[in-house]
Design a protein around this ligand. Structure first.
Ligand SMILES: *Cc1c(COP(=O)(O)O)cnc(C)c1O
Ligand SMILES: [Zn+2]
Length: 432
């Protein structure tokens, strides 16, 4: 039986929907409308992303039904187990996607002992289909693009997003175009180009690439830029990190969580997920603290936090943490809101500390993270050393990406301890 269709009228259309397209009823599950984060104005669900009243960012608002732990636990071992909490249709599992999520939550006792923490966990999102947390947000954006009838699946990216969009687009059989800064790490370029023949390298930084994407979205019909004109739906995918952490802890929230910040979307959505779980009675109400992690070479949010101001000044990124190199983060002020409200903080670390962070996680826990995870691990260490984090409380850090994509960051620091002739005498002489 095919679902009835409703005409999209009212609010202005973005380029994501070709003219005359219609939406299926229930296309966005429990989502009720889009609401402006600045003035609260509500608009109907559709391919909008900016408030028609004040141009503020729109966010998905919900009217949840009854959701039970049992119903979630009976779901698939991917993000669709939380479909009753996401802006996706109830038949989402039947349309091809990369099925990300339900990644492992590892108890990190060695790293905890090394840093003097009583209890530490690593949420390891490097095991997603294209090895970063971006597969989660892209799966939700793909669902929206499909419902809008978009013909092109696209993004501006610092690298990982392009990988996730290219893979998901290939699986969905859509024309897929991804835009990256031309100085991006080679492995991240190849990890996109294997899935699509439309990888576009732009001579400029991410903020330049992002501006270009907005321009194309305004000119071309039917292009769904996942993090531009489909951003409200895309962003909700990060909530699943929060849901999973709570479920994997046995349906409770951690006391403290450290999250890397690029645009800041992920951090704000993990907080949104925690608040939803409390409101729905799926976890006990408790206080938790959210900490943001940035690289010093691109730390506009951390700088604002430390200066005690809400005015976030854009910067020109200069850091090895390229996946976090957004100089003008869209959700910066909301990150500051969350970290202040929850009694957390935003901290930043140098490129050398990031390299050390990668090795700290690798040597203590057997997890090879990319520069973003090196940033998060190094910030965890710094928060402990500066007394900003309570070492007696249970803490979670999110590893958002995979070290094989940023080999160069540590390639000079590690390697063979010895190169020897194939004889026992030669080995013995090494003292290993
Ligand atoms: C994109 C990205 C982030 C940050 O995501 P935002 O939601 O933009 O803050 C963190 N880590 C990795 C590996 C990423 O690719
Ligand atoms: Zn508004």
């Amino acid at each position: 039986m095919s679902a009835p269709v409703v005409e999209v009228t009212d609010a202005p259309q973005s380029a994501a929907t070709p003219a005359g397209a219609t939406l299926r009823e229930g296309a966005f599950g429990p989502a009720r409308c889009l609401a402006c984060r600045e003035c609260g104005a509500e608009v109907e669900l559709g391919p909008q992303y900016a408030c028609p009243e004040c141009f503020g960012p729109l966010e998905v608002a919900y009217e949840f039904g009854t959701v039970t732990r049992e119903e979630i636990e009976a779901g698939p071992r991917n993000i669709w187990r939380y479909k009753s909490l996401l802006p996706v249709p109830t038949d989402i599992e039947s349309s091809p996607n990369t099925e990300p999520g339900f990644t492992r939550l590892l108890k990190a006792d060695n790293l905890a002992a090394e840093l003097g923490l009583s209890s530490l966990w690593v949420k390891d999102d490097s095991t997603n289909p294209t090895n970063s947390f971006k597969d989660r947000v892209v799966a939700c954006a793909l669902s929206a693009a499909r419902e809008f009838g978009s013909t092109v699946f696209a993004c501006p990216s610092t690298g990982n997003l392009a990988n996730a969009v290219a893979a998901a687009g290939a699986r969905a059989g859509m024309k897929t175009v991804v835009f990256i800064p031309s100085n991006l790490e080679k492995p991240k370029q190849v990890n996109s180009a294997v899935y699509t023949d439309s990888l576009v390298a732009v001579d400029g930084n991410y903020d330049d690439v992002n501006r270009l994407a907005s321009e194309i979205a305004g000119e071309e019909d039917g292009w769904a830029f996942v993090n531009v004109n489909v951003r409200p739906y895309y962003a909700e995918g990060s909530k699943t990190l929060g849901y999973e952490i709570a479920e994997q802890l046995g349906w409770r929230l951690p006391d403290q969580i450290v999250i890397p910040v690029a645009s800041g979307s992920q951090l704000t959505k993990v907080d949104k997920a925690f608040r939803e779980l409390i409101a729905l009675g799926l976890v006990e109400d408790k206080e938790y603290r959210v900490f943001g992690a940035q690289a010093t070479g691109c730390s506009p949010v951390s700088v604002a936090y430390k200066a005690g101001t809400d005015v976030v000044r854009p910067v020109k990124p200069d850091t090895i943490a390229k996946s976090l190199a957004i100089g003008n983060p869209a959700d910066a002020v909301y990150v500051l809101d969350v970290c202040k409200r929850t009694n957390g903080a935003v901290e930043d670390v140098t490129d050398d500390e990031i390299r050390e962070g990668i090795l700290l996680l690798a040597r203590n826990e057997g997890i090879f993270t990319e520069t973003a995870g090196g940033t998060t691990t190094a910030v965890l260490k710094k928060l402990v050393e500066t007394g900003q984090l309570d070492t007696e409380l249970e803490t979670v850090i999110i590893n958002t990406g995979m070290g094989l994509k940023t080999l160069d960051a540590v390639a000079d620091r590690v390697g063979p301890a010895a190169t020897i002739e194939p004889t026992y005498a030669a080995f013995s002489a090494t003292g290993i």
